[in-house]
Write a protein that binds this ligand. Structure first.
Ligand SMILES: [Zn+2]
Ligand SMILES: [Zn+2]
Length: 200
């Protein structure tokens, strides 16, 4: 392969835009910045943007269409678009995790018997939810709160024990409380709801 050089500064680079390296190209263009907010579904991972749902490929297509240009770089939470006017648009993407409508519909709110109240570091909270998803725990519902997230699950005792073990890898600050919610005459037993409050 032959070498490519920036016509302005002479730097050797693979990615030339109109004959210029990225740095020079950006210097010669007007730069605009925009911020957008999106939601990412906890369960299916789809992106919700302006009340519509996208997979990541279509989300980027939507951005190109909305802002009129071509994406030239995607880096963590920043997308760089070269607009039709040749100006550069930097889009900062802020996201929070939530449930999309479809996943919400599938989840049955009423049948859970365990409530896991995760509080504190949002990164760790997201990690725990990802681990539960990966290990086949069916999270029935997720409620976003200001200071954390409540997860609602149906579990048997064994499932509960292994789940507790996984959470204990993150913190020992766990409090478990049981609440009687009804009495089952057929089995002569109380039905409980278990609250696991976890500080991360
Ligand atoms: Zn250059
Ligand atoms: Zn979803």
């Amino acid at each position: 392969m032959y070498k490519r050089f920036c016509v302005n500064c002479g730097k050797e680079t693979k990615d030339l835009v109109d004959g210029l390296c990225r740095e020079c190209y950006i210097k010669t263009r007007k730069q605009e910045e925009k911020e957008i907010e999106i939601k990412v579904c906890y369960i299916c991972g789809f992106i919700i943007f302006e009340n519509k749902k996208y997979d990541s490929k279509n989300f980027y297509k939507k951005l190109e269409k909305k802002f009129g240009g071509k994406i030239i770089k995607i880096e963590e939470n920043i997308v760089e678009i070269k607009k039709e006017s040749d100006d550069i648009l930097l889009i900062k993407i802020y996201y929070r995790k939530d449930l999309c409508k479809d996943c919400k519909r599938v989840l049955n709110k009423k049948s859970y018997n365990y409530v896991i109240q995760l509080r504190g570091d949002i990164k760790k909270i997201e990690e725990i939810i990802a681990i539960l998803n990966k290990n086949g725990y069916l999270i029935k519902n997720i409620e976003n709160l200001d200071n954390g997230v409540d997860l609602f699950l149906d579990l048997n005792k064994k499932g509960f024990k292994t789940l507790l073990k996984k959470i204990k890898n993150y913190t020992k600050n766990i409090k478990i409380t049981k609440k009687v919610i009804s009495y089952d005459k057929q089995s002569n037993r109380y039905k409980y709801k278990v609250f696991i409050s976890v500080r991360l």
